[in-house]
Design a protein around this ligand. Sequence first.
Ligand SMILES: Nc1ncnc2c1ncn2[C@@H]1O[C@H](COP(=O)(O)OP(=O)(O)O)[C@@H](O)[C@H]1O
Ligand SMILES: CC(=O)N[C@@H](CCC(=O)OP(=O)(O)O)C(=O)O
Length: 290
Amino acid sequence: MTADTAPTDADWVATARTLSQALPLFQRYAGATVVIKLGGHAMGSDEAMRSFARDIVLMSHVGVNPVIVHGGGPMINATLEQQGVVSEFVDGKRVTDAATIEVVEMVLSGFVGKRIVQAINAEGGRAIGISGKDANLMICEQTDPKLGFVGTPVECNPQFLQSLRDTKTIPVIAPIGAGRNGETFNVNGDTAAGAIAAALKADRLLLLTDVAGLKDASGDVVSEMTPEAIRQLTADGVIKGGMIPKTQTALDAIDGGVRAVVILDGRAPHACILELYTAQGAGSLIRTPR
Ligand SMILES: Nc1ncnc2c1ncn2[C@@H]1O[C@H](COP(=O)(O)OP(=O)(O)O)[C@@H](O)[C@H]1O
Ligand SMILES: CC(=O)N[C@@H](CCC(=O)OP(=O)(O)O)C(=O)O
């Protein structure tokens, strides 16, 4: 079917066949909890956001419990740059002083989170924007005094998410954590998604990023990897930079009880439903061998 020709009867039959073939996968994921981390680099145009939102609403309609955790690093950078501030990053984490944490919270819990909420709601879903502070969802401790207000999640309280699930409300979570002494902590989006997925014992954690998946030493995307293979590729320097917190998150999430983690290209159209509802899947699946 091309854009400039009307669909034929055969095209419609092919569409119906595709839907019918997805039945076993719809059944397999009915009732499953799927945590989706949408990184700032994966948040594209309004059209891409609409397509992401549509996929989330579709998942919710066929019985999945989607939980979105978002990033927004590039949007934080842009707002800080308007104020003449350029952040320093150590091991992929933003050094966050008292003025910066205010900007981080404003950007993530403000326009980034609300853009996702609005997109989902516009497609007929029911989303609500919260952060790790709400209902004590994510309690943090300071990661390292040198990083300032950067937090490591030490306690997750996902009961509130279960009550959202009962009312088919889709949480859209900003990676901001509460400290025990009233501090606000900036949490890497991948780390926050992994901690929440582990607390929920999620069936899947999808880490949406800007590459097709995990690449091996030859630069080829590998469709399935074990935690052991990831440790080896990291030791060999093949997994590096921003991919390190992602793969570390994947390993921690699996240790914490998540069944499988997928690293996939969030800019690709319909990445989430391709992964869940096609036999081929998308990106790189990480799980312990069965
Ligand atoms: N082995 C690898 N396979 C795939 N990507 C890798 C690998 N090692 C490093 N990367 C880099 O990791 C990047 C993703 O991390 P990052 O830019 O922090 O993503 P995000 O902003 O989506 O959180 C990719 O764009 C790629 O350049
Ligand atoms: C501690 C830390 O670095 N926090 C991140 C939070 C946002 C994030 O993780 O955004 P992406 O997923 O788009 O990278 C930051 O300040 O950029």
